[in-house]
Design a protein. Structure first.
Length: 297
């Protein structure tokens, strides 16, 4: 469903580009090339608002920056490029980019990747390739509708895990979740139990809520707000070995250490912004190590 919404957004941007160009050339006396450039800049500014808001809020609700943290300009550029890649190229056409999700039977435990808020499985395009190159059996899931409740997402995750168990012949799976996906996984474990899960690894998950949720639409956004009744009612112990990895420069999880989960192994990633995690070699290496050591803890 999010893919359809994103395609509609791209169409709207195209309409704005055409209308803006025509308005500037016909009534503004601007040359065609300059008009296209101005209209494209305007569309880009409008499109960049979620990223701009995230960094503005991050300046007010941040933990101290670690030594070696990239400059603000570099972080903004990395996050913007990741945003464009995910929301304008991959996720609107996730069926084309992601292809078949079948993993077949094998000896290693299957890994299920769980996306976050307002995303679909396309967010894992780059990381899934990196994990598969290391011989891991990796599958994904789509959670819909994007503004639904986390309880409903947990039920969808349950169905996907059962299908993956049946397909792979495995008894249990490893869950890797980005952002809201980690809370969905915790709700699944609370509701359906830990029998099907070997390990949970979360990336930039707002285990204690995020102030950015106040800006987002949907029931799931309300449930992820800092201090929400829904979050307070979710036990902190997932019931399986859990690693919570987070970044000190995350621009959507505010404050960043809201990703810390009592009882979980706490890992501070190298400074990488929220969406840029999806294209980070450091994050890929971390996941390979976490998955490879599953069962040896």
């Amino acid at each position: 469903m999010i893919a359809i919404l994103l395609r509609c957004g791209l169409l709207l941007e195209l309409v704005l580009l055409v209308v803006g160009t025509l308005a500037l050339t016909r009534w503004g006396g601007v040359g065609l090339g300059a008009a296209i450039a101005v209209a494209a800049a305007l569309v880009t500014v409008i499109n960049a608002l979620p990223i701009a808001i995230s960094f503005a809020l991050a300046r007010r609700h941040s933990v101290p920056a670690a030594p070696g943290t990239p400059s603000l300009v570099r972080r903004v550029i990395a996050e913007w490029l990741s945003y464009v890649a995910l929301f304008s190229i991959v996720q609107p056409f996730e069926r084309f980019w992601m292809g078949d999700d079948a993993i077949g039977e094998g000896a290693s435990p299957p890994v299920l990747l769980i996306h976050g808020y307002m995303c679909n499985r396309g967010v894992w395009w780059w990381l899934r390739r990196r994990l598969r190159e290391r011989g891991l059996r990796v599958a994904t899931v789509n959670l819909a509708p994007p503004t639904g409740g986390i309880d409903a997402f947990a039920a969808q995750l349950h169905a996907r895990i059962e299908d993956l168990i049946a397909e792979s012949g495995a008894d249990r799976v490893v869950l890797v979740a980005h952002s809201m996906g980690g809370i969905v996984a915790r709700r699944y474990l609370r509701r359906y139990g830990p029998a099907r899960v070997l390990k949970l690894v979360t990336l930039g998950t707002p285990h204690n809520g995020t102030r950015y949720s106040s800006w987002g639409p949907g029931r799931c956004a309300r449930e992820m707000e800092r201090g929400s009744d829904w979050l307070r009612g979710l036990p902190s112990d997932p019931g399986v070995p859990t690693t919570s990895a987070w970044s000190p420069v995350d621009n959507f999880i505010l404050p960043q250490d809201s990703s810390r989960l009592p009882g979980a192994r706490d890992v501070v990633l190298p400074p990488v912004t929220h969406l840029a995690m999806a294209f980070s070699p450091a994050v890929a290496g971390f996941l390979v190590e976490e998955i490879s050591t599953t069962g040896s803890e």
